[in-house]
Design a binder for this molecule. Sequence first.
Ligand code: SF4
Ligand code: SF4
Length: 471
Amino acid sequence: MSSNSSRELPTDRLATSDQQGRRIYLYSAEVKGRFRTARTWTHSILILVFLLLPWMHVHGHQAILMNIMQRRFAIFGLTFWAHDAPMLVFLIGGAALTLGLVTAVWGRAWCGWACPQTVFIDSLFRVIERVVEGDHVARRKLDTGGWTFDKFYKKCLKWLLYSTFTLVVAHSFIAYFVGTDELSRMIRHSPAENPLSFSVMLAITGFILFDFGWFREQFCTMLCPYGRFQCLLMDEHSTLVTYDVRRGEPRKGLNSEGTPGGDCVNCYRCVQVCPTGIDIRRGTQLECIGCTACIDACDDVMTRLHKPRGLIRHASAVALQGGKSKIIRGRTIVYSLLLAGIIMGLITSIATRRPVEAAFIRATDTPYQEIKTSTGSSVIINHFKTDLSNQSFDGAVIDLLPTAEYANRGVEFVFAGRPLHIQAGQKAGAEFFIKFPKSLLVNGHTQIALNIMNGSAIVLTEELSLVGPYL
Ligand code: SF4
Ligand code: SF4
């Protein structure tokens, strides 16, 4: 395996590739510090949330469910079907705009603190690697040395542990898409009974092992689409991990004889700890994932030298030049307004969403019939068709009834096959007749209200126009 010395960073290519474009494997050094501690806590909480969330239920439904095969989705008690796609568009749009806003203000905070790639590699896979193979020096020695029993044993143990945790992660990931009940059922049965899910699980496991176990920073620097366009979302006021050139330069070894040097002692510690292998002293670079490891490393060096911390720190380009960074500026205002619009749209969609949707159309036969009752009074009959859609995750038993006011005034519904049983997420059509006393008509028409019942509960109240002879 090819590896790089931290003091030989090229200027014309990635630090992780040689002149032929072959991968140079990185052995980033461990670091301790306030950001490392904060990130360990943040990553641990995120991993726990990821593993536990599918097992939590809100209002009887899995907290987060994205069952694409059955086209049913649940988000913290709200249930959606495929025809609720506009709401999912609001959610996805809101997430994208939130990411844009965070990037405009805090740079690649997402990459360093919350991206699954960083979270799992940094706080799970690298921890396993360190426990089994030792620190970066020991790992480099192990990889560049010949095959011995010790190397064979450590590699086997490392990949066995990787695989074990990856299987847990892959199963949890699948639980978001098939549901925990279905996942538990599948685990208890032979893979041959669920070939598709089993294949997907194996593919995810293979991908995670490849990516988190070996490919690592290559994904961030070469494949991640967000990494490509994040620079478009930032400007000179965005807070990034930056090196204070004015304070640090001329670094040790580059100052002229007899002139005072800057605070950088050229120890390369910031480069040794960088998981993407870059030298932050060269300025903002596409490969920087904002992980803050170089801040902790340099703070440690500065503390030992009895100098103030923060030679590498979070700062904007404006702040580094002595100016004041602005959070409220053109792009953050635009992102915030768009985000507010999306949140309003989402809230409105959710607030106006009903568990049962109904559409009524008049049947195409005669507009009405008039019949005489045995008491000699006239009764008018109107013929309607309805399309009912059950948007909840539970079966519905639907009936149509006039509201109490109109029932008391003699309005009746004649409904074949009532009540209608509609399965979760399904639609059903029905025809029905409305009988009402002719005396309700005013100039040939009248308006009534009807309740759509699910069992004994009123889920919707609608109005219908009825017609009859012009008196
Ligand atoms: S860790 Fe700090 S002092 Fe050392 S090389 Fe990096 S910037 Fe300079
Ligand atoms: S330059 Fe610093 S913040 Fe950026 S990836 Fe490297 S160590 Fe992390």
